[in-house]
Design a protein around this ligand. Structure first.
Ligand code: NAP
Length: 222
């Protein structure tokens, strides 16, 4: 089904690479005005070249003050995709303070912050809106070396439920999507080892991970 987002303004975090980049491109191709937010300027420059007219914003979403400054004059946003995330994998007994802090700052805290900014704008305008939080199957499934990553995504799932409860009366819909492994840079870094991926693949009825297709959005490989 073709869907038009003409007349809507969408903000996608982590739009420089992977799922976020494809989401920004898909929304743009469907007529949305898109603000692509990410951490590496070169990614945003190439994205803007691919999609002339797309707005870009370079900021480290793990930095609360920098994010506050960067988004203070963001203007009206109707659709928000909280996609930026990191997967810092460590065996539980070796988990570091730095990995804990960075993971929760980027995967969880930035979702709170960016959603607050966008929601306050929507409520002030009296406009309806949609927020999609990119969680993971890892929110529900224990995976070796993923203690912190899994926890950030479980926290995101519960955050989403409370946001949906509190923002629903303002006509702001909030949902998560919980993908399995997707062969982005993050997916390849963590799941290219056949020994590690085999048990996971065995639990997937189609027997394969999701892949990024050149055409706009995510499809299962056939
Ligand atoms: P990816 O290929 O690593 O891309 C992540 C994007 O987010 C990059 O552009 C990255 O920019 C940006 N980003 C990361 N930290 C940021 C920060 N502090 N501030 C601003 N931008 C930041 O990852 P992906 O596989 O597309 O994953 C996207 C989302 O899907 C994540 O939330 C991930 O947890 C979730 N997910 C992924 C999989 C999978 O298997 N790939 C499965 C389920 C869920 P830089 O590269 O410049 O840091």
């Amino acid at each position: 089904m073709e869907q038009s987002f003409a007349g809507r303004r969408a903000l996608v975090t982590g739009a420089g690479k992977g799922i976020g980049r494809d989401t920004a491109k898909a929304l743009f191709a469907s007529g949305a005005q898109v603000v692509a937010v990410s951490r590496t300027q070169e990614d945003l420059t190439s994205l803007a070249q691919e999609c002339p007219g797309m707005e870009t914003l370079c900021v480290d979403l793990g930095d609360w003050e920098a994010t506050e400054r960067a988004l203070s004059n963001i203007g009206p946003v109707d659709l928000l995709v909280n996609n930026a995330g990191v997967a810092l994998l460590q065996p539980f007994l070796e988990v570091t303070k730095e990995a804990c802090e960075r993971s929760f700052d980027v995967n969880y805290r930035s979702v709170v912050q960016v959603s607050q900014i966008v929601s306050r704008g929507l409520i002030a305008r009296g406009a309806p809106g949609t927020i999609v939080n990119v969680s993971s199957q890892a929110s529900q499934c224990a995976i070796k070396d993923h203690a912190i990553y899994c926890s950030t995504k479980s926290a995101m799932d519960m955050l989403t439920k409370v946001m949906a409860l509190e923002l629903g009366p303002h006509k702001i819909r909030v949902n998560t999507v919980n993908p399995t492994v997707v062969m982005t840079a993050m997916g390849r870094a963590n799941w290219s080892d056949a020994q590690k991926s085999e048990p996971m693949l065995k639990r997937i009825p189609l027997g394969k991970f999701a892949v990024r297709k050149r055409k706009m959005t995510l499809f299962w490989e056939r």
